[in-house]
Design a protein around this ligand. Structure first.
Ligand code: AQP
Length: 339
């Protein structure tokens, strides 16, 4: 079994190419991905099969899939160290997802917060069954690679618990097959909220003009979004869990996630400042992060053939592991092997 061939503990994570990647995706996921890549054997995938759980335009999905892979590299993922690939190019993901779907109790799936949130945004008769089964596909993504650690934002915690429960169920019914993964969320930035509504998670598929800052936003546009961020009528600049202070708390959280400064240092630094100063400081810290990322991104996209070669190599490396695990799981479940 591939588990025994590991040279280092393994990491698996992915982002849906369901729109333009946001600073929420960066602070919740990508930044952690970069931080762990020396210590772990990392597999980062563009999860296009997840993206189609809500309707996608085919041309745009293809374009966003390439864009996402390039953003992974531009954010600091080194394709010489980590494996970058596109989920749909490895059929083992869909095959194991079906096997796991058949074992997933409906009640577990119906309890998932993300399903409930996304389902309420769509007309009842247009909700695809894939939206409900999404966590079984995510479990397949993780379990195929025997991942030890999954760096994600806070919203994915519940899906990780589901993955562990399902892996345990499979191991119990069919014998030890899958590794139980641990979740990893960042200390700051695990849940970046919308700038227009700081009580809702910042999402790439939310349409409102001032909701999200995108990683490829023109920098002056990104700055303007911060200057327009919803705050409150208080004056104090402090971290707070109080719903009234959600806007300020969100700006401080973004600032902390970018600068890695302590809570005390940040609060002391802004003690005699106003909300306008805070917005400017956050906008500048984000712009300083996005400027080199965007430069690298455009260079990569201009380099003919480079991205395709990274994705080809990634696919080959990932498929070798995924196919081995799938074979093992199929054997355990009792499938007749091809003669
Ligand atoms: N606002 C956020 N704060 C912190 N982390 C976040 N992530 C997403 N939004 C935030 C993390 O990014 C990774 C990839 O997420 P995803 O695209 O696979 O799915 P999602 O969580 O549903 O992200 P979006 O942006 O909200 O996508 P849409 O709008 O298409 O549903 C995950 O690790 C996630 O935690």
């Amino acid at each position: 079994m591939t588990e025994t061939l590991k040279t280092k503990p393994r990491v698996l994570s992915g982002i849906q190419p369901s729109g333009n990647l946001t600073i929420g995706n960066y602070l919740g996921a990508l930044k952690q991905w970069v931080e762990v890549q020396q210590e772990y054997d990392c597999f980062y995938c563009v999860v296009d099969l997840h993206a189609i759980t809500t309707p996608q335009d085919p041309a745009e999905l293809r374009q966003k899939s390439r864009e996402s892979a390039a953003i992974y590299i531009a954010s600091g993922i080194d394709p010489e160290i980590s494996t970058i690939f596109v989920q749909s190019q490895i059929p083992a993901h869909s095959e194991l997802a079906w096997m796991l779907t058949c074992m997933a109790p409906l009640g577990w799936l119906q309890r998932m917060t993300q399903f409930k949130d996304k389902a309420t945004k769509q007309a009842q008769d247009s909700i695809g069954a894939g939206l409900l089964n999404y966590p079984a596909l995510m479990a397949a993504d993780i379990l195929l690679y025997h991942a030890d650690l999954v760096p994600v934002g806070d919203d994915q915690r519940q899906h990780l618990e589901f993955t562990r429960d399902l892996a345990q169920r499979f191991n119990h019914l069919y014998g030890e097959t899958f590794t139980l993964p641990q979740v990893m969320t960042p200390k700051a930035g695990a849940r970046v909220m919308g700038l227009d509504n700081p009580t809702a998670k910042m999402s790439k598929s939310e349409d409102a003009e001032n909701h999200a800052v995108f990683l490829l936003d023109d920098l002056s546009r990104a700055r303007k979004k911060f200057m327009r961020a919803v705050t409150d009528s208080h004056r104090e600049i402090r971290f707070s869990d109080h719903p009234d202070r959600a806007g300020i708390n969100n700006l401080l959280t973004i600032y902390q996630a970018i600068t890695n400064e302590s809570t005390l240092d940040i609060e002391t630094g802004f003690a005699d400042k106003g909300y306008g100063d805070l917005k400017k400081a956050v906008a500048e810290s984000v712009a300083d992060t996005l400027a080199p990322l965007q430069k690298k991104y455009f260079e990569l996209m201009d380099e003919a053939g480079y991205l395709d070669s990274v994705l080809k190599l990634g696919r080959e490396k990932a498929a070798a592991i995924a196919n081995d695990t799938l074979k093992l799981a199929q054997d355990r479940m009792g499938f007749l092997p091809p003669s």
